[in-house]
Write a protein that binds this ligand. Structure first.
Ligand SMILES: NC(=O)c1ccc[n+]([C@@H]2O[C@H](COP(=O)([O-])OP(=O)(O)OC[C@H]3O[C@@H](n4cnc5c(N)ncnc54)[C@H](OP(=O)(O)O)[C@@H]3O)[C@@H](O)[C@H]2O)c1
Length: 250
């Protein structure tokens, strides 16, 4: 019963989110063109979209996804690859790398246009992030620009706050908030160079706050607040930043 209520609630919020996203898209699309053509605003961007070039080659921009061994990260990575992107699917360690490869094999997904490149990046390790930045730098170029970084690796803690120890709360913040900042700062030079965007996976828990979700809701609300503010700082560089709020997803 509780599961059904949660699913219904989540479906409703997802639909509302979808409607909001479309309204947002329409307003931005219209205002983007209006500003560009009438008052000299930002030029609408097309370099972020994969497409077939006139001489037959495929233009396949790169997107990096964190925590791509399973769940939403894996689904997003496979979807983007099937839509023609070069996906840099990053996972925590060797064990997760094996899991990602098994997951890729077991799914019947068409990857004819894009490609998926598994890589290791532990988002809690500055050293691992720095190594990943080097690897990504060697992979991307003008034909395959890095146009997106998706901060997805996360942890959901559902527990009564009174009984939750501080280490568990800090662990949620480490993965769901602080690591987002580390990843963004590390990849910012590349994203600035190719005028891409950061997508931070938040949660509907970041703005709807049910009981038992205090730590998680706080971390995801922090992601929302950070994104809303930071995106204004990045706009002059042609860089975008957005929060996506998934509903209940399995
Ligand atoms: N599923 C939902 O209903 C839902 C709803 C709203 C928002 N979200 C958000 O969506 C994101 C993905 O959720 P999910 O349900 O797909 O989670 P998931 O299935 O648990 O996947 C999370 C991924 O992150 C990885 N990860 C954990 N620690 C990492 C680290 N230090 N470095 C790199 N990767 C690491 C995990 O690897 P390991 O397995 O090795 O730990 C796993 O591959 C999270 O930010 C979550 O808060 C999920």
């Amino acid at each position: 019963m509780a599961n059904r209520i949660l699913t219904a609630f989540s479906t409703t919020t997802s639909l509302l989110n979808r409607a909001l996203a479309w309204a947002d898209f329409v307003v931005h699309f219209i205002s983007g063109y209006f500003l560009y053509y009438l008052v000299g605003g930002y030029k609408p961007q097309y370099h972020t979209r994969p497409r077939r070039l006139s001489h037959g080659d495929h233009y396949s921009p790169a997107v990096l996804v964190t925590g791509a061994s399973q769940g939403i990260g894996l689904a997003v990575a496979l979807h983007l690859a099937s839509r023609g992107y070069t996906v840099l699917a990053t996972v925590k360690d060797e064990k997760e790398l094996d899991r990602l490869k098994k997951n890729m094999k077991s799914r019947d997904v068409r990857l004819d246009a894009g490609s998926l490149r598994p890589m290791i990046m532990d988002v809690l390790s500055p050293q691992s992030i720095a190594t990943a930045v080097e690897e990504v730098t060697s992979v991307v170029n003008d034909r395959c620009p890095l146009v997106g970084v998706i901060n997805n690796a996360g942890l959901c803690l559902i527990a009564p706050m009174e009984l939750t120890n501080m280490k568990a709360v800090r662990d949620v913040f480490e993965l769901d908030f602080w690591s987002y900042i580390s990843v963004i700062q590390a990849f910012l030079p590349l994203i600035k160079k190719y005028q891409g965007r950061f997508i931070n996976i938040g949660s509907y828990g970041g703005y709807v706050n049910p009981p038992m979700w205090a730590a998680y809701s706080a971390a995801k609300a922090a992601v929302e607040g950070m994104t809303r503010s930071w995106r204004f700082e990045l706009k002059p560089f042609g860089v975008g930043m957005t929060t996506v709020r998934p509903g209940w997803t399995r």
